[in-house]
Design a protein around this ligand. Structure first.
Ligand SMILES: Cc1cc2nc3c(=O)[nH]c(=O)nc-3n(C[C@H](O)[C@H](O)[C@H](O)COP(=O)(O)OP(=O)(O)OC[C@H]3O[C@@H](n4cnc5c(N)ncnc54)[C@H](O)[C@@H]3O)c2cc1C
Length: 464
């Protein structure tokens, strides 16, 4: 059994804390909550010794997910104003609305300033993603750990919280072999993907028991595994700026972006982003057909006109040769070069096969019905069938504590006073690009700040 490690805060000897705030989960959200709780207490003139802030983490160390994020480089946030951030990072209006206060209250700029205060400089990539200059995710996690220590936060690691109960307007928090009392609890236990990082859904059970509604977790930002992968020889190919479409039971969802072929199916921004919608569609239909539109800028009629023009100008050209250099998603009329790259050569024989074209056919020998078949395949190239998604393999999970039951201005539960809920445990899921970490930091920051600012100072002495 792992030994519980307690890193006692530097509180004044002999002082009795008047307030105690306990944070469950030492990830991005929990650490931000602990640091801002201290700032909130200080802003009320409450000294460190009078406000005990404790963070409990089941792993031996803090920030396990931060350390593996962004392929070990940590895409910590995304550039842009809070409004742009919300629009780009969150597909659903209710999520954008819910997160607005948190993102305005603790923006990407605030996060970068905080990191800079600990010597972590960052760079903005051309696509808007922001990473630490060090190229090391650990620099971000370590900076937060230093901030915990500066904020005199009591850190308890290797300790799994087993339960939380409301007793006499306070909280009784059960640990293995011990209990703690707290005036406020911040639940920041994360989602349920990548369970090996400690996120096994404990917070969901705790929140449910305290009276919260839980939206059943589902996969998000997860690779798509098809039942019969197209061909292992395609693994590693990328289709730039295509449109990925999923269909099931008469419903259709799609996403524009880059698509990566893997040995088990598909990954890349379009696949990862669409996975959440696919997960929901799967609940209704049990199987999903995937397609890619290689010409998302053109309607079928426009594409047909372009194919006809190409045939008239280059009658002797083999259709196969044309496809091999054909830009994906050409932005203008005509097959001018496109910034998005071309149809990969390895895909061309499959396109011909699906359209039932011989490999040597030229434009001048291409009959109308064959051209129409080609058009159909270019607009809707079949990629196979998805029957299930891996919840665990996702960068995040969707679902969690119902947003309507949490006050978005404070992150305080509307069900249990002085209970705060933050981070991925809540029912939101952001896109790839630094949106999820920022949302975890921002909601945690808001929760910590309000927990410390709004707690009434009791007469009694009380220690957690
Ligand atoms: C492989 C991978 C790569 C990612 N890359 C990025 C990226 O580059 N950019 C980005 O924005 N997002 C990324 N994400 C998503 C991002 O890491 C998460 O959304 C974010 O860390 C969520 O923060 P959180 O604090 O809410 O939860 P977590 O970081 O998951 O923290 C929750 C913590 O609570 C602890 N805990 C759980 N139950 C208990 C309990 N009973 N008692 C005590 N402690 C408990 C867990 O051990 C965990 O440490 C990535 C995720 C993964 C898996």
């Amino acid at each position: 059994m792992t030994k519980i490690k307690i890193n006692s805060a530097r509180t004044k000897a002999g002082s009795t804390p008047q307030l105690s705030i306990l944070i469950i989960g030492g990830g991005a959200s929990g650490m931000a909550a602990a640091i801002s709780a201290r700032k909130g207490a200080e802003s009320r003139g409450i000294k460190a010794g009078a406000c005990k802030i404790t963070i409990v983490e089941r792993n031996p160390g803090f920030g396990a997910k931060i350390r593996i994020s962004g392929g070990g480089k940590c895409n910590v946030t995304h550039e842009g104003s809070p409004e742009e951030f919300l629009l780009k990072g969150f597909m659903r209006l209710n999520e954008q609305r819910f997160l607005r206060n948190a993102i305005y209250g603790f923006s990407g700029g605030d996060l970068l300033d905080l990191l800079l205060s600990k010597g972590v400089t960052t760079e903005i990539r051309p696509d808007g993603k922001i990473f630490p200059d060090s190229g090391e995710a650990s620099s971000v996690a370590n900076a937060f750990e230093r901030m915990l220590s500066d904020a005199a936060v009591e850190e308890i690691s290797s300790c799994r919280v087993l339960g939380v109960e409301r007793v006499d307007n306070r909280f009784l928090v059960t640990l293995p072999g011990a209990t703690l009392m707290a005036d406020a609890v911040i639940l920041a236990t994360g989602g349920v993907s990548y369970r090996k990082t400690g996120t096994t859904g404990d917070g969901l059970a705790i929140a449910r028991k305290l009276g919260h509604t839980i939206i059943e977790p589902s996969a998000a930002l997860t690779p798509l595994h098809t039942t019969h992968p197209l061909s292992s020889s395609l693994s590693g190919l990328a289709l730039r700026s295509c449109s990925l479409v999923a269909e099931g039971k008469g419903k259709r969802v799609g996403r524009r972006g880059d698509l990566l072929f893997t040995h088990r199916g598909f990954s890349g921004p379009a696949a990862l982003s669409l996975s959440r919608d696919i997960g929901e569609l799967l609940k209704e239909s049990g199987r999903i057909s995937l397609f890619v539109d290689l010409f998302p800028e053109q309607s079928p009629a426009e594409l047909d006109r372009l194919l006809l023009m190409q045939g008239r100008k280059n009658g002797a050209q083999m259709v196969r040769k044309f496809l091999q250099g054909c830009p994906i998603a050409p932005p203008e009329e005509g097959f001018s070069t496109s910034p998005h790259g071309t149809i990969p050569t390895a895909l061309v024989p499959m396109i011909l096969r699906h359209a039932a074209l011989e490999s040597e056919v030229t434009w001048s020998t291409l009959q109308k019905e064959k051209r129409v078949a080609l058009l159909g395949v270019l607009k809707k190239f079949p990629l196979g069938t998805v029957r299930e998604l891996s919840l665990d393999a996702g960068e995040v999970s969707a679902g969690g504590v119902c947003l309507g039951e949490v006050n978005p201005k404070t992150m305080q539960s509307r069900v249990v006073p002085n209970l705060y809920i933050s981070g991925e445990l809540l029912d939101y899921a952001g896109e790839i690009g630094g949106f999820n970490l920022q949302a975890a930091f921002s909601t945690g920051w808001l929760a910590g700040m309000h927990a410390a600012k709004s707690l009434a100072l009791p007469e009694r002495p009380g220690t957690p």
